[in-house]
Design a binder for this molecule. Structure first.
Ligand code: NAD
Ligand code: IPM
Ligand code: MN
Length: 363
C-alpha cells in the first residue's frame, strides 16, 4: 500500500514524540512492505517561527493533498502574545475545520499493566475502565463568534456557542454506530438545565435513538459527568458530547487510566482522511528533556493505520508491541510506579519498534 502522510511535529515535546511514532511507522512499513511517503508540514508555533503565520497556505495545500495527518502538539508560552487569529491553537482549529474533521474519538481504556499509575482505588479500577469520548470537533463555542469590546467603560468579551441539528446528527450517528460495536450504551453529556444548545442536542439525539433500538441512551449533565468519571467509570461505554465538554472530560478520563501521555485520538469527517494525535498538549514543562511519553502518539499511528488505511493487522502489531513493553515493566516517568523500569522517550520508542521487529522475525 502506498500512502502520503502529512506530519506536523509541532512544538514543545511534539518533535520528540512524533520522532518515536515515525520510528514505529517505519518498522511497520518495512515489515509489511508498504510505502509511506512523509511530508513534513509546518503549523502552529513552528510555522510562526519560520514564516510569521501559524498556518501558511502551503501547509493547508499539503494537508489537503495528503491521505492522512499525524500531529504531535502545538502551542507554548512563547506564543502567548500572538494575536488570537495567529495563535498556534488557531492553526489546529483551522486544520480540523478545513479538513472537515467533526468526529473526535478519545478512548479511555486502562491497560491492566498501568493500574498502579491510576489514582483511583483498586476496587474501581477492577470494575474496568473502557469507554470512549466521542467529541464534536468543528462546532460549538470554539467556532462561534469571539469578540471583545468596551461597554460602560468595562472591557467586555463574549464567545458564542452555536449548533445546528445537522451538526448534532452527524456526530450522534458516529456515537450510536460506535456503541453498536461496543456495549451498546450512549451517554449524552450536556448542560440542558441551562443551555439552549444542549436542549437541541437532547431533542436531536433522542430522535435519532429511534433508529438504534438496541442502544441504551441516557443523558447526564456535564458537572455530574465530571464527577461520575471518577466515582464509577465502569458505567460509561460511549460518551457523546459537544466540543468543549469533550475537551475537558477527555483530559479527566485520561488521568484515571494512569496518564494523559498514552491516550491517542482520531479525528475524522466524511472521507478516510483523518488527523491522528495524542490528546495531550505540547507539555512545555518537560520539552527537550527526552522524558515525554510517546505512547499516545505511537498509538495514534495505530489508529491511523486502522481507521484511515484499513490496515488492521498492522494496527494490532502496534497494540501488541505496546502491551508487551508495558508487560516487561518499562515506563516513562509519567506512568512510573514502584518496581518498574524507568525509560526515556526515545528508549520507549526503541522498545516498541524493536518489539514489532522481533514479532516480524518469528513470522
Ligand atoms: P499539556 O497536555 O501540554 O500538559 C499538561 C501536563 O501533562 C503537563 O504537566 C505535561 O508535562 C503533562 N504531559 C502532557 N503530555 C505528556 C506526555 N506525553 N508525557 C508526559 N507528560 C505529559 O497541557 P497544557 O500545559 O495545558 O498546554 C500546553 C500547551 O499545549 C498550550 O499551548 C496548549 O494550548 C497546547 N495544547 C495543544 C494541544 C494539541 O496540539 N492538540 C492539546 C492540548 C494543549
Ligand atoms: C486538544 C487541545 C485543543 C482543543 C486546543 C489546543 C485548541 O486542548 O486537542 O485537546 O481544545 O481542542
Ligand atoms: Mn485538550
Amino acid at each position: 500500500m502506498k500512502k502520503n502522510i502529512a506530519v506536523i511535529k509541532g512544538d514543545g515535546i511534539g518533535p520528540e514524540i512524533v520522532n518515536e511514532a515515525l520510528k514505529v511507522l517505519h518498522v511497520i512499513e518495512k515489515k509489511y512492505n508498504h510505502t509511506f511517503q512523509l511530508t513534513e508540514v509546518l503549523a502552529g508555533g513552528a510555522a510562526i517561527d519560520a514564516t510569521g503565520n501559524c498556518l501558511p497556505q502551503e501547509s493547508i495545500d499539503q494537508l489537503l493533498a495528503s491521505d492522512s495527518v499525524l500531529l504531535g502538539a502545538v502551542g507554548g508560552p512563547k506564543y502567548d502574545s500572538q494575536p488570537p487569529e495567529n495563535r498556534p491553537e488557531k492553526a489546529l482549529l483551522r486544520i480540523r475545520s478545513t479538513l472537515g474533521l467533526f468526529a473526535n474519538m478519545r478512548p479511555a481504556k486502562l491497560y491492566p499493566q498501568l493500574r498502579e499509575a491510576s489514582p483511583l482505588k483498586d476496587e474501581l479500577v477492577d470494575e474496568g475502565i473502557d469507554f470512549v469520548v466521542v467529541r464534536e470537533l468543528t462546532g460549538g463555542i470554539y467556532f462561534g463568534k469571539h469578540e471583545t469590546w468596551t461597554e460602560n467603560g468595562q472591557e467586555t468579551a463574549q464567545d458564542i456557542m452555536k449548533y445546528s441539528t445537522a451538526e448534532i446528527r452527524r456526530i450522534a450517528k458516529v456515537a450510536f454506530d460506535t456503541a453498536m460495536v461496543r456495549r451498546k450504551h450512549v451517554t449524552c453529556v450536556d448542560k440542558a438545565n441551562v443551555l439552549d444548545t444542549s436542549k437541541l442536542w437532547r431533542r436531536t439525539v433522542r430522535e435519532m435513538a429511534k433508529d438504534y433500538p438496541e442502544v441504551t441512551l441516557d443523558f447526564m449533565y456535564v458537572d455530574n459527568a465530571a464527577m461520575q468519571i471518577c466515582r464509577k467509570p465502569s458505567q460509561f461505554d460511549v460518551i457523546l458530547t459537544e466540543n468543549m465538554f469533550g475537551d475537558i472530560l477527555s483530559d479527566e478520563a485520561s488521568m484515571i487510566t494512569g496518564t494523559i501521555g498514552t491516550i491517542p485520538s482520531s479525528s475524522l469527517g466524511e472521507t478516510s482522511r483523518g488527523m491522528y494525535e495524542p490528546i495531550h498538549g505540547s507539555a512545555p514543562d518537560i520539552a527537550g528533556q527526552d522524558i515525554a511519553d510517546p505512547l499516545g502518539t505511537i498509538l495514534s499511528v495505530g489508529m491511523m493505520l486502522k481507521y484511515s488505511f484499513g490496515l488492521e493487522q498492522e494496527a494490532e502489531d502496534i497494540d501488541r508491541a505496546v502491551n508487551a513493553v508495558l508487560n516487561a515493566g518499562y515506563r516513562t516517568p509519567d506512568m512510573m510506579s514502584e518496581g518498574m523500569k524507568k525509560v526515556s522517550c526515545h528508549q520507549m520508542g526503541d522498545l516498541v519498534a524493536t518489539e514489532i521487529e522481533n514479532n516480524c522475525k518469528e513470522m
